[in-house]
Design a protein. Structure first.
Length: 208
């Protein structure tokens, strides 16, 4: 799911710990957006292809890009029936791939120096009335306070992770980003732990 460095953190396409709490709600949100029918999905930042493969197994037509060349190699080797190509969230993806009813991005936006470009590219890729689904680690007052009180603030916001998180999003800031890009009907779901201390949040937004 990394979108910030050429070398991928993982050596295979086995599901990671985050997939357990992210995949079920994302699958449900896609089913709602598609009214329970198989749909075409474009994933920005596929990592090693775990989410794309799981969604394809449910009948969806999934295409994706990933910045890390090593991750693309892992994905293509592990899931040869999927179309996963090297690319950036900043590329002109609409010209290259066309438009889709659903655009998905899982734990990517926190790695990006230019999230406004990412949001605009995602908007361009959606068909009118299409749905964007974006997940990112959740940050809010009570969670940050708990991290500070527990002495885990340095570990959580570590600066010693090469290619790690460089943006830390709240509902307010991610909502502002998507609104600025032109999205409407923006809703949020919290996943992993109870709401004030959620591990991640999932934004669902529509292109008018």
């Amino acid at each position: 799911m990394s979108q910030g460095c050429a070398d991928y953190r993982y050596a295979d396409a086995n599901p990671g710990w985050a997939h357990a709490y992210l995949l079920p709600p994302i699958t449900d949100l896609i089913n709602r957006a598609a009214y329970g029918n198989p749909t075409r999905i474009f994933e920005i930042g596929v990592g090693s292809g775990v989410f794309a493969s799981a969604l394809a197994a449910k009948g969806h037509d999934v295409i994706g890009i990933e910045y890390s060349t090593s991750a693309v190699e892992i994905a293509n080797r592990s899931f040869p029936d999927l179309r996963i190509e090297q690319g950036s969230a900043y590329d002109d993806l609409r010209t290259r791939f066309g438009q889709f009813p659903v655009v998905l991005s899982v734990e990517v936006v926190e790695h990006l120096y230019f999230p406004r470009v990412f949001a605009q590219r995602a908007f361009e890729m959606l068909e009118p009335g299409g749905t964007l689904i974006v997940s990112t680690p959740f940050h809010g007052y009570w969670k940050n306070l708990a991290l500070a009180v527990s002495g885990k603030l340095d570990a959580h916001f570590t600066a010693l992770w090469d290619g790690g998180h460089i943006k830390f999003w709240s509902i307010r800031t991610l909502g502002a980003l998507l609104t600025e890009a032109g999205f409407v009907n923006i809703d949020f779901a919290h996943v992993g732990r109870i709401r004030p201390f959620s591990k991640s949040m999932i934004a669902v937004a529509r292109r008018p």
